[in-house]
Each structure stands twice: as structure tokens, then as C-alpha cells.
Design a protein. Sequence first.
Lengths: 393, 372
Amino acid sequence: MRSIIHVDMNAFFASCHQAQNPGWRGKPLLVAGDPQKRHGIILTASYEARKYGVKTAIPVWQAKKLCPQGIFVPPDHSLYTSYSKKIFAILKEYTPLVEPFSIDEAWLDVTGSERLFGSAEEIGQMLQKRIAKELKIPCSVGIAANKFLAKMASERQKPRGFTVLRQRDIPSVLWPLPVEEMVGVGKKIAPALREMGIKTIGQLAAMPKRLLVSRFGIMGEILSQLANGIDDSPVDPYVFDTAKSIGHSITLPRDIDKPEEVARVLLDLSERVGRRLRRGGYLGRTITLTVKDQNFVSSTRSYTLQEATCLTEIIYRTALQLYQTHFESWRKVRLLGIAVSKLQLKEKGSQLTLWADETERLNRLTKATDMLKDRFGERILCRATLFQGHQPD
Amino acid sequence: MLFSLSQTFLSEHLQIVAKAIATRSTIPGLDGILFECDGNDLILTATNMELGIQTRFPAVHKEKGRVVLPGKIVDIVRHLSAESVQIKVNLDNYLTEIKSGQAEFQLYGQNADDYPVFPTVLPEQKECSFNIKSGELRRLLRQTLFAVSQDESKLAFTGVLFTLSGNLLTLSSSDTFRLATTSCHVTAATSDATFLVPAKNLQEVLRIFAAEDRIIEAVLQQNQLFLTSGTTCLSSRLLEENFPDVQRVIPQKIIGKASINTANFIKALERATLLAEGTNHVVRFSIGENTMVIRASSKYGKIQEQLPISLSGEGVEIAFNARFLLEALKIIESEEFILEITGTNKPCIIKDPLAPGYLYLVLPIKIKNKLK
């Protein structure tokens, strides 16, 4: 039997600001995007603000109405990253088996640490106390025999929750919960489960597996297992080291439909993605383009190249081709995203090609511009087409 | 429409045209085979608009007519066990009865009027024509087809380039990592021409024109290549793409020439491939005066093997995708093949003393030239 702890920071973005500014602690604090731009929605509200009915993703104007005395701050991602690093450093003192789930969530497998630091419950309490005391960040802790149950446990109580979910608690604690609250059940699956008459996790657990498999495929199998509290997945500390895809997307400040404007944004995104691929030493074969139009309808198209690439130009050309082939030009574009997947690590030797004068040139050019950017910063140079619309940020 | 003929004979001819049946088509009927009785012959036609195959042969029949039968007819006839087959079509509703021995099929045929017209060779529209022995064409294709690209985004490289200059026909193919080029003499060439033929259609040429000693008449007309031999005609659409200059990339300066035993090298390469790294199967070669050392390594371990060779000129330290070498070596007929060296991180050329017109150029995998 394993001992897994799930740690989940409470209102993480807001907590970071409150931890940094003692004057803001205990007050309603709201992290919101720039109200002038499209990002004028609440990203995170502190628990003090949530009392006024402020929820994540509501527009800023609405939040101001609900909570006029609230402190509104713009997001500061470098602050969150620095707190996140400190938190993970504490977690790793207790076991090397720490699997990050996001910037503010992680699993720990402490099965082997119990002789050193005490029982899983004791370690969990120590973690919670230390993070609160040393960093002033509140968190919820869940403890169980596997990752799924540990996460379900930490979700039970917020903020500053501490929940142990034992195998014997499954029927009384897990099963009465609505299926929507189950990890792994998203917006797409939940309505489908409802249609099948499944309202609670217990009903899902009782459902014959073959019915779920015939409806959801492999996901049905997983759902059935999870609902019964079975999850054999290991805590994988390297889960983020082996990236599956690298992508970027941007919600535009205003809807655009001019082909040259779309092309410019695609070029910018391609460069960001290309740069990240090259930095990680990756090559990717599948280029995926996501477009969300003015009616919030989003669609995705992808193309798989014969040869893996990390070149901005190739990513851009493929993305542009996808856009031109699959998206009607009358649709106004609200969001654009490019992702590169089927990643492989750049091999030491590279196969030379015939008539490759262009690729060779691009390779040399990319190497040179990457070197300049590494040394003098991202803004040392940019493409002329991007320069026009470039605003110092 | 009514005819009867031998099961093996009909089945053979159905197999010939079957490969041109469209698998996914919006045009009705293209997923079937057109049967025509013109008073003398039975004509079978299939086309997917890229590739068309037509074959005709005499059949005992009483009534003229045309019908499109579903592609299933190929399997149906193949599975019949009696010696002869009788096919009877009701031209009012195209209901088709197939009788053979005690088996009776009823197939729902279609009106043939919507079926696309098979392009015919018109003497006044011929842009170029020549005759080639089927054995020669088969050899040229075997020497080039394997090197084409599978990448549909590099369309030009999915084809084989035909260059006819005087009586010399040269075929070239490349996937940009290697280049195969070969040539032979043809007869009755009318004019010079350069055209690009989709490799997947040429695969069918190998299948259809199996006999070695038949003369194939090739005709170029309106962006189509027609190959006719006996009563079978294949038409392939040409690729309207630019194939880059082949001569430009063939190096003129050779610094070393090695003669290597073909069979031994293939075996050694196959062993090295077992431990070759990555998707491009990196195998390293140290080519010295009397020996070549072959090395490969991966996370599973490493292999090293020495092979005697005879070298004139300079040797080299070089790495290749083993697959690119193996594919080329498997069509070498000579006991010993020639490897021409042009330098570190530069292409090598493979030649077959028994196939004078043949040249295979392969680009290496870039390595830092460090002797271990």
C-alpha cells in the first residue's frame, strides 16, 4: 500500500500577492487581467473576496460591483514562479518522488519516507505548517493510497484543508459526490454521463465497465477504475521533463480578419514556439493550429510533416497553410494558437539533404538570431513584419 | 449483354485493372469496373483519375453493351471454382447474373454512361513517343522507385523523373536524402522530353507488365503518360511539379574509390542496424586502406565490425542512415560494388559494375570528424 500526498495551494495567485505584501493579508484581493484589454476577467480571488461572491473568470466590472472594497492587482507570473519554486523545494525535502501537476499542485509518494519523517499524516501536517509559516501560503492536503484518491481528498476541504481518504471511506465519502467533481470528468464527459443516468461517482462505479468502454473507449475503462478508487499510476517526478507538445496561444486584443494580420500573429506565435523547441533541444513533426472565432467557436487542424523541425519558418508556413486551407476568411479571429507535437529530441547527427540550400540557410540564420537573443534578450531583434505592430510592453 | 469465358482468364484480367479502382471517390461508379462488349472484344476499364488501366481480349458473346460492376466482382470471380463463368446483364436495370458451376451471384450494376471516358492515344496529339523493352523498364524502375519520397508535402519527390534525350532515357528519383539515377536506350523516340510520373502508378507498371521481353509503347499526350503492351494499356497522370536539377548535385570530384563485397557488406550492415541509434539508424564507417570499420551504438550497447576492402585514393570517416545504404545495395547485381568518396560530411556514390548507367548518391549524417 502506497502513501500518496496531494498538496494544492489555496487561491495561489492571490496568496502570493498577500504573502509578499503583509498589508494585503486578510483582505479581499483580486488578480485580474488588464481591464482595458480583453483579459479583463478575474484570474484568482482570495478567499476573503470569494465571500462576496466573486468567482474566477467573471469580468472585472462585475467583480467591482460585488466587492467594491477589493484590491485589484494585475498578474505577476514571475512572482508565482518564484513562490512555486520555493514550495517545491520544501516538498522535495521529504521525498524525491514529487510530481508537479501545475504551478501550485503536486503529488508526493512518501511510502519510503515514513521511517525518516513519520507517517504520511505527520508529513502532510508538517508540509502544510511549513509552507504556511515560511512562505505564508495556505494549502490543502489530501492523503490516500493513490494519486486519484489523494487529489479527491485535497479537494474536499478548502482553504487549509487536511483530509485523509482511506479505502474504507470510499463508499461514504467518494461515492455520494456528483460525477462532475471527479478528477478526469470534464465538460465533455459529464453531460454524457448524465445522459446515461449517472449522477454520482457511486453510480459510475456501479456501472458495468463494458458499457462505459463502448461509450467512451479507453477513457471509459479509466473512469470505471477511478470511480472504484483504483489508480495504479506512479508518482512521476519527470512528467514535465518529457514534453508531449509545445505550444502558444494568444487571445487577440480585438477580433481580426485581415489575412496579413492573421499571418503576422501566426509568425509571432511560430517564433515563440520555435524558440522553445530549440531551447529544449526538441524537434516536432505535427503542427496544430487552433482558431477561435468571434462566436467563441474553436476549431483545430493539424498537419504532420515528414521530417521533424524546430525552424520558425517551417512551423509558420505549415500553420499558415492550415489556416488558409481550413478556415473561411469571413470568420473573425479571436484567438490563435500553434502547438508542435510528436516531439523527439534532436539527435546528435543530422541527416544532410540535397538541394537544401534554403534549409541550410535557415538553420544558420536561426542559430545566429537565437544566439543574439540568448545574449541580449528577446527584443534585441525581431522580424520586420512583426515590427510594425510591435509595441514595447 | 451476355458473355462467357474461362474463370482463370477473366480473373487474371480483373486483377490487372483492379489496382486502378478508386477507393474513395465522390464520382459514382469509379469504385467499380467498366465492362464493355463491342462486338468482338470484352474491354475492362478502371480508373481513379490518377491512374487508369484498360485491358481488352476476345470473349464469346452474343450481345453488345456496357455496364459498371462493383469492385467486388474481382473477388467474386477469384473465388469461383468452376472452369467457366457466364455473365448476363439486364441492360434495363443493370441487374447482373454471374453463373459459374452451381454458384449464382446477382450484382447490382450501374449505368455506364456516367463513367469517365478512358483517354485514348490520338496520333495527331502525341507529344512524344518511344518504345522500350518491358525488361529494361522494369530494371529502371527497380533501380529508382525505392528512393522516392513518401512525403506528400514534397510532391515533386513522390515522382520519378523521366528524361528522354535522343535515344537515351534516364530515370531519376530522390527523397532529398539520396538520389538514384539510371538510364537505358530506347527505340523509335520521336522527340526529347522531360516528365515526372507518380511513383505509386509506376509500382503498377511493375505488376502489370511482368513479361521481360515484350515491347512497351510509351506515349506522352496532354499531361498523361500511356504505356501500352499487347492489349493492356496503363495511363498515368503526370505530376506538374518542378524536379530540381539532378546534375547539379552529382559531385565531380572523387577523392577515393573503394571496392567492397556486396553480400558481406549487406550482412555487416544488417548486424550494425540492430544497434543503430534513433530513427535515422546512424551507422559510422571508418574507411581505410585495406579495411572498413563499421560501428553503431545506442543505449543498448555497441557493435564494431571489420570488413576487408580495396581502396584507391583517400579514405574517410563518415556516418550514414543504414537504411539508405541497404535499400540501394539490395538491387546491386555485381559481386563487388564501387563506393566513391567525396569527403567528410559529403555524399558518397554507389555504383554497380554490372549496371553501367546506374548511380546512387547518398548524403551522410553530419558528424564531428573525430577518430575514436
